[in-house]
Ligand binder design. Sequence first.
Ligand code: PEP
Ligand code: MG
Length: 325
Amino acid sequence: YQRTIIRGCQLPAETEDGYRVQVHANIELFEEVSAVIDNGGEGIGLFRTEYAYLNRTDLPTEEELFEKYSDLAAIMSPRKVTLRTLDLGADKFMSHFGSLDEANPALGLRAVRFCLKHPDLFRLQLRAILRASVHGNVSLMFPMICGLREVLQAKSAVVRAQKELREEGIPFDENMPIGVMIELPAAVMIAEILAQEVDFFSIGTNDLIQYSLGIDRTNPHVSYLYQPLHPAVVRSIKYVVDAGHRAGIGVSLCGEVASDPYCVPILMGMQIDSLSLTPQAIPGIKRILRQLNMQECKQLLKEVLNCRTVSSINRLVTENIYKKY
Ligand code: PEP
Ligand code: MG
């Protein structure tokens, strides 16, 4: 990785009328940290922890995970690091467990469902995350939550791991924020209920679009139907942001939509608190954010919410881009 300092990307992401939004990075390797910092990332909004479990037949040890997470937390400190618990299944399988015989893996035993079925595996990762929490500004996030019961079960697993560590005299941050990804339509519809149980939401639009529109995100035959600006998707995102804010919690968005210049003004109109994107996309999105005007974004959102079709929304946002730049 060649270190290059990108001009202006260390400036805050603030609209021309002074509305501040956090711009974080999505990464999966420790080695990407320098790209995050050089591109002006203000923290890590999504660390995909799957990588350490793939391409091997054994499982990583608690010590191995702890070392990785604590190095990441320490090097990013005081910036935030959001560690997402294992999101395996669907397209990523661990050789240790073999591939499950599922007709529809995307609808199968994946992510938090898989972890709740394998409590030892989950426990070990939670202990490593908790132990890392004293080395920086760490948050924990559960993927693919579809109901309250899962949140409560996952949180109980955290409480059990905390109890163990306390008894062993191992330090951890008692106040580490715990959030959930909102990436299933069911989670959108019960956002008010989930908000009572967590410290933040992170909207995963890659999966939310897939499950809302019934489009396999990896299937090229239906990729033309994968539409981030479908009225159902826009309304879902707005619903989650409003529900989070009513409950007093922050709402982030970490799907590809966060790096889409056509979508960002709409997200700003919703007063999203942070965006998390691939490091290399940060400078461009920050530049756009710094030229936006919050009143114009709110007006655009209002018009978008009045649209009945994807094409009319697309037309509106395209006109908006041309008007602005
Ligand atoms: C998402 O679903 O939008 C997301 C960020 O998670 P992933 O792409 O890892 O499924
Ligand atoms: Mg996802």
